[in-house]
Write a protein that binds this ligand. Structure first.
Ligand code: NAD
Length: 318
């Protein structure tokens, strides 16, 4: 059996840290090479082996894939929705050029499997709002969403044309206690917990009734590993799979937090991110993922809030 050598690109991010750790548990610490544009100086010991890589440097990426004999790539580096609106051209260049380099080099060096995440940001104001279907109107309104929609078709193109086994998920907003969120429209749902455990009031940048699809990181990591483990012939969607777990508004999340932190207060001051959120679905139909590779979420809102507060309090005390 060939031993896997896995490259994670964007390993220092909100998803990257947790996905790298999960892959190392599964494949072994040395078999998973973490990479990111971030300098090595601030990294904890568990991030090694680590390689500092600017993924837009295609020559450096090629050398790494060739020299390390990479067999699988998880390409997570991207500029997210809110940051992308402040810097559209840079977001497009990073998100698109890096994906095309990864796809091209994966074919050239016979990389066996590639994971690249898409997002609910591919949907737009004319998409169905409730139970948004796998296939339907997309029409993204952010440069981030446009890059994800185009990226999905590039993934399918490389699968159809070159047989590259590239797999993808349209992640909803992800909630985790380890890393800071990276400039997305759903970041409020992480920041709110930090304020709750620090006994500080929270100012929410979305309106109280803005319902968005969300997921606890533990579920998202498991979904990613399950999709990548699925037999090739079960992965029927070669753009990206819809994936769902929770849908809630800032108000519903606050009510759940208040059950455990009774004095917690939230005020609402919507900013430019409200318009992005308004263009996104409220809930997602993920029946294709459930049917094709058996996806099922484990965390409901109550369980997620309990787990987030518990873990953040523990981190605060240590
Ligand atoms: P993040 O912003 O937290 O992490 C991205 C990482 O990429 C950072 O560590 C950053 O340093 C690194 N990076 C940036 N530019 C780079 C470059 N030129 N070369 C190498 N590394 C570079 O993002 P995240 O939340 O971890 O998201 C990871 C992926 O998942 C992205 O593709 C994102 O679009 C997708 N996604 C995330 C969410 C979410 O809620 N977090 C939802 C949907 C999709």
């Amino acid at each position: 059996m060939v031993q896997e050598k896995i490259l994670v690109i964007g390993a220092c991010g909100q998803i990257g840290r947790e996905l790298t750790a999960a892959l190392r548990l599964k494949f072994g610490q040395q078999q998973v090479l973490a990479s990111d544009i971030q300098a090595q100086g601030n990294l904890s010991a568990d991030m090694y082996p680590y390689f500092r890589l600017d993924v837009t440097d295609a020559a450096a990426l090629e050398t790494l894939i060739a020299e390390e004999k990479i067999t699988q790539i998880y390409h997570l580096a991207a500029m997210l929705s809110a940051s992308g609106e402040k810097n559209p051209k840079k977001a497009w260049d990073l998100n698109m050029d890096s994906l095309l380099s990864v796809l091209e080099l994966s074919v050239k060096y016979n990389v066996k499997k590639v994971f690249w995440p898409s997002s609910i940001a591919i949907f737009g104001p004319d998409s169905e709002k409730i139970s948004t279907p796998q296939q339907g109107v997309t029409e993204p309104t952010t440069v981030y969403g446009i890059s994800k929609a185009a990226g999905e078709y590039w993934c399918k193109y490389y699968f159809d044309k070159f047989g590259l086994d590239v797999r993808s998920i349209r992640y909803p907003g992800l909630i985790s206690y380890t890393g800071a969120p990276g400039g997305g429209t759903t970041d409020y749902a992480v920041d709110i917990f930090h304020h709750a455990v620090e006994d500080k009031p929270f100012t929410c940048f979305l309106k109280e009734d803005t319902v968005l699809p969300m997921m606890y990181m533990e579920d998202a990591i498991r979904a990613t590993l399950e999709l990548m483990d699925a037999p090739k012939d079960k992965v029927l969607v070669r753009t990206a799979y819809n994936l769902a777990a929770l849908s809630f508004s800032p108000q519903a999340l606050t009510e759940e937090i208040v059950k455990l932190v009774p004095d917690f207060k939230v005020v609402y001051a919507p900013d430019f991110r409200q318009q992005i959120a308004d263009s996104w679905p409220g809930s997602i139909d993920d029946s294709a993922a459930r049917t094709d590779w058996g996806w099922e979420p484990a965390f409901n809102l109550e369980a997620m809030v309990k787990d987030m507060l518990l873990n953040l309090k523990e981190l605060q005390e240590n």
